[in-house]
Design a protein. Structure first.
Length: 298
């Protein structure tokens, strides 16, 4: 039997994960038709966290109090990021644009890592910043400079996601990835459900189709997505996650165009194109390393 290249296997899985993430935008947008945003995200993430706890319960035996505190702090950052994201999704007119705005987190991570931990950033990261901000400006430009609908929520969410990625990269070195992910998801569920209880009016009746979208979001776009992502990361270096970070907004735009018939203006397309270019520039050292390893493996 011919052995399967583990790097190629990881890439295939990660592309599938990116596809699940893209359709997660569609599932969530459909569910928001009948559910308040914070209530939806709270139920989705709490249920997904329970699924991961049950599937990885043996890993929790080694969890220390220090690890738990670090995981809870990352969960709090995740709660802020995902709450802003779901509000952006609720009020956004273009899912594709929102996906590219959220992906700005990738470009911001090196800058935040430098500020918080003194980590050195490569030249490619600094070159990506002006390209990304030019794309950001084009997305805000419509006769004058202003933000449309939920775009501002997406931009602030990107900043919190960058903080989350930076902090989590430190925490995951000290504890099981599936344990950390489960605590993060449960934390998001609890925090957003409490916020929803205070800030939102819960519907008296919810249509069956909306519950179906919630279930789909929970099992496919959250539990399955994170499980497969963790598995893929066990097969290849962390740099392979660049596959997700780069192609997710592209796949989301395609999915939104097919599902909702979304179309971008020329200015929006140019802005998204520049942000995509910035993503490639920022992750280029990792992409080059990934391709080099695959060639030497084969």
């Amino acid at each position: 039997m011919v052995p399967v290249n583990p790097f190629l296997k990881a890439d295939v899985i990660l592309v599938f994960v990116a596809l699940l993430a893209a359709f997660g935008w569609i599932f969530s947008k459909e569910a928001l038709v009948g559910l308040p945003p914070l209530l939806f995200i709270g139920m989705r993430f709490f249920a997904a966290g329970v699924v991961l706890v049950l599937s990885g319960r043996t890993r929790f035996s080694s969890l220390t109090a220090s690890h738990a505190r670090s995981a809870l702090l990352s969960g709090l950052l995740f709660s802020c990021a995902i709450s802003l994201w779901i509000l952006g999704l609720k009020y956004s007119e273009h899912l594709g644009v929102g996906a590219f705005l959220t992906s700005l987190a990738v470009v911001l991570v090196p800058m935040i890592s430098r500020i918080l931990y003194g980590e050195q950033s490569s030249l490619s990261n600094w070159l990506a910043l002006p390209v990304a901000f030019t794309g950001l400006a084009l997305l805000a430009l419509k006769g004058d400079l202003h933000w449309e609908g939920g775009q501002l929520f997406f931009v602030i969410a990107a900043l919190f996601f960058a903080l989350l990625f930076t902090y989590t990269s430190q925490v995951v070195q000290r504890m099981s990835a599936i344990t950390l992910t489960a605590i993060q998801l449960l934390s998001v569920g609890v925090v957003t459900l409490l916020l929803s209880l205070v800030l939102e009016t819960w519907p008296q009746q919810v249509e069956t189709s909306i519950w179906a979208w919630l279930l789909t979001s929970t099992l496919i776009a959250t539990s399955m997505r994170f499980f497969l992502q963790i598995y893929a990361q066990s097969l290849a270096p962390a740099s392979h996650t660049a596959v997700i970070l780069i192609i997710e907004p592209v796949l989301t735009s395609v999915a939104a165009a097919i599902w909702f018939g979304e179309r971008m203006t020329a200015l929006q397309g140019a802005g998204c194109g520049l942000i995509f270019t910035a993503l490639v520039i920022a992750r280029w050292p990792f992409i080059r390393k990934m391709l080099w390893k695959r060639q030497h493996f084969t």
